[in-house]
Write a protein that binds this ligand. Structure first.
Ligand code: GLV
Ligand code: MG
Length: 338
């Protein structure tokens, strides 16, 4: 008998095996967006080795590149894009922001010289859909002019209070939208938060356990970015985009980096930025599903072949909703295995 079973309509965020239009975005692993400064020749020389180890290489032209090196960074990115075989590794660039003196030349020169190698442009400091519309039209003109074979996608950084306020309109702004990353450093400044950090927590942001008169009470540090990551994930998933956590600046604290990445993974993010080679393996570990979770998720799928009903596994109730959760985890495991 024909039924309107939930699974037939459910495609997990990676949409493996889903028919169009659910598979509008390329299905590929993007667990770490690895940032490199393209004006640095020594780092550029090592890019062939790094390319095999990371899911995405990103040539950064914006913040952290000194003003007098902006043109060298752009030129270095073009050389790297043209001369490197990136294989299955994605190639992205983070261009300068729209109201900077460099943005227009960043886009014009890179698309003209390396548009066919470029997968995604990361646009910083996006405040509303108008920013995406501008880049969208500019890319359409340049793609036509230079006969670029596939559309270059746009990835927005969510890093201003206004951008967070407009997050849904940004997500909906163009079919070119690939996804969004949280930019905690600029967002902290934009919001007037009292920190001097690039992502991660703050020792003073937390709650005290109830006291009941006790002299000392445990203090539980909280995730400063929980609200924004949740808001970004919802906006992205509502429009079929991919959500990412951004940077973690304290390279000496691998445990805190892993904890921040893991919170983002559990909330729905698909990857994070690696600003230092030591963060590549952290991101790979965190954004690939845990083997025990995968084994349990497979048991749920096996126990409910049509994805409906309710069963007990190890004393825990499973139903249509946990079937969908399990499918997300199993789809990701399949992608990691390919
Ligand atoms: C990234 O660009 C940030 O501002 O955190
Ligand atoms: Mg920033």
């Amino acid at each position: 008998m024909a039924s309107s079973r939930t699974p037939a309509k459910f495609y997990s965020p990676l949409a493996i095996g889903a028919p169009e239009p659910y598979r509008a975005l390329p299905v590929r692993l993007e667990r770490m967006i690895h940032f490199i400064p393209p004006h640095n020749e020594k780092i550029r020389a090592k890019i062939k080795d790094i390319a095999g180890q990371v899911d995405v290489v990103l040539g950064n032209l914006e913040d952290a590149i000194p003003a007098d090196q902006k043109e060298a960074a752009r030129a270095g990115f073009i050389v790297m894009a043209r001369e490197t075989d990136f294989g299955t590794t994605g190639l992205w660039t983070r261009i300068n922001c729209l109201n900077s003196p460099w943005m227009l030349d960043d886009v014009r020169e890179i698309v003209a010289a390396a548009g066919n190698k470029l997968d995604v442009i990361m646009l910083p400091k996006v405040e509303g859909p108008w920013d995406i519309h501008y880049l969208d039209q500019l890319l359409a003109q340049l793609e036509a002019k230079h006969a670029i074979k596939k559309p270059i996608l746009i990835h927005a950084i969510l890093e201003t209070a206004e951008g967070v306020n407009n997050v849904e309109a940004i997500a909906a702004a163009s079919p070119r939208m690939h996804g969004m990353s949280l930019g905690p450093a600029d967002l902290a400044a934009s919001r007037g938060m009292k920190t001097t950090r690039v992502g991660g927590g703050h020792p003073d942001y937390g709650v005290l356990a109830d006291g009941n008169g006790a002299a000392s009470r445990p203090f539980f540090q909280q995730d400063l970015w929980h609200y924004t990551v949740g808001k970004m994930v919802d906006a992205c998933l509502a429009y079929g985009l991919k959500p990412f956590y951004g940077p973690f600046g304290d390279f000496s604290d691998a445990a805190a980096c892993e904890a921040q990445f893991r919170n983002a993974f559990l909330q729905g993010c698909l990857g994070a930025w690696s600003l230092h080679p030591s963060q590549i393996d952290i991101a790979k570990r965190v954004f690939s599903p845990d083997e025990k979770e995968v084994a349990f998720a497979k048991r749920i799928l096996d126990a409910m072949p049509d994805g409906t009903g309710a069963v007990m596994i190890d004393g825990k109730m499973q139903d249509d909703a946990t079937w969908k959760q399990a499918k997300v985890i199993v789809d990701l495991a399949r992608l990691v295995a390919t």
